[in-house]
Design a protein around this ligand. Structure first.
Ligand code: CP
Length: 337
């Protein structure tokens, strides 16, 4: 059976992404519909969530569908993902059965599975998401693994609402301090969608160790080339902020330190000044600010920035609801293979 998943925006053409955004705008104007009548989605959370869980559950319900939320290892059986594994450990069942059984019950499967933060060469294979996509016979949606494509669309939609056409607009993705190393997914995704929209993108991070995985850097470079944008790396805070139209903040762990986080800590601690504050925002060209949330106030961004009229993080979070309705609707509307 041939059908599409929603694992990465890179699997979709620019025209298809624009179509999803137009559909999301329609759902923002008219929240209730019948696009998912009689349909259901299983939402599997291997990690915590507030926005993703709430917006998917409500989005399905508002379109006449139903969502089932499962947390494998907590309220559902722990799952094995290795092919050929002798399952004498914690896992009670294999992804081959889980994905196939769920596919008999539901029309869509959503998966959130963060890296394990021990070995990036393993985490970058995205085995949990890929396992579901391999065995499921219904479309799978990435709810954040090593990319966060739903967040990408919500972010793009919110930027367009404020700026209109994004082509050529100056966009800064800035690393920020956080006491723990966090997932690179949103940072990877921010580069992909901003370059896809033809923006003039700067990745601002403390040292070259904080540059993102080469797979996503390369994809973003190609996006920039194909869409008339640009991508550069900077470690100079003032230069990066100057003239920016959008500043997007995220913290992430430096890939060379994966699994050796105690060695990264002094580097991380030395860069608390990457916090987004009013003085930095004053360098921009009347720039906007956002973050995917959750955000630690006065660690990643100051109260003054979060409460400023230029902060659109709440609009972006709201847009998760609308873009995900567009994604779910388009996936269930696929012709049977
Ligand atoms: N931005 C986002 O995905 O939020 P949650 O982690 O709360 O789902």
């Amino acid at each position: 059976m041939q059908f599409r998943h929603f694992l990465s925006t890179q699997d979709y053409s620019r025209a298809e992404l624009d179509e999803l955004l137009v559909q999301a705008e329609a759902f923002k104007r008219q929240r209730l519909g019948h696009e998912l009548r009689g349909k259901s989605i299983a939402l599997l959370f291997f990690n915590n969530s507030m926005r993703t869980r709430t917006s998917f559950e409500l989005g399905a319900q508002q379109l006449g569908g139903h969502a089932v939320v499962l947390s494998p290892g907590r309220d559902a059986w722990p799952i094995e993902f290795e092919v050929g594994s002798v399952m004498d450990g914690e896992a009670e069942e294999h992804i081959a059965e889980v994905a196939r059984v769920l596919s008999r019950y539901v029309d869509l499967i959503g998966v959130r599975a963060f890296p394990r933060f021990q070995d990036w060469t393993v985490d970058r294979e995205d085995r949990v998401l890929r396992g579901f996509a391999r065995y499921a016979t219904v479309p799978v949606i990435n709810l954040e693994t090593i990319l966060h494509p739903c967040q990408e669309l919500a972010h793009a939609m919110a930027m367009r609402e404020r700026l209109g056409d994004l082509q050529g607009k100056k966009y800064v993705l800035t690393w920020t301090y956080h006491p723990r190393p966090l997932n690179t997914a949103v940072a990877n995704s921010a580069l992909l969608i901003a370059t896809r929209m033809g923006m003039d993108v700067t990745l601002l991070c403390p040292t070259p160790d904080y540059v993102l995985d080469e797979r996503f850097m390369l994809a973003a470079q190609n996006n920039a080339r194909e869409n008339g944008g640009a991508l550069r790396i900077s470690h100079d805070i003032e230069a990066a902020y100057r003239g920016a139209h959008v500043v997007y903040a995220k913290s992430w762990g430096a890939l060379p330190y994966f699994g050796r986080w105690e060695q990264e800590k002094p580097v991380r601690d030395a860069h608390r000044h990457f916090i987004v504050d009013e003085a930095k925002m004053a360098l921009t060209d009347g720039g906007l600010f956002s973050h995917c949330l959750p955000l630690r106030r006065n660690v990643k961004a100051t109260d003054g920035v979060m409460d400023a009229p230029y902060c659109f993080a709440i609009d972006e979070a709201e847009n998760r609801l609308h873009v995900q309705k567009a994604i779910m609707s388009s996936l269930v509307a696929q012709p049977a293979g």
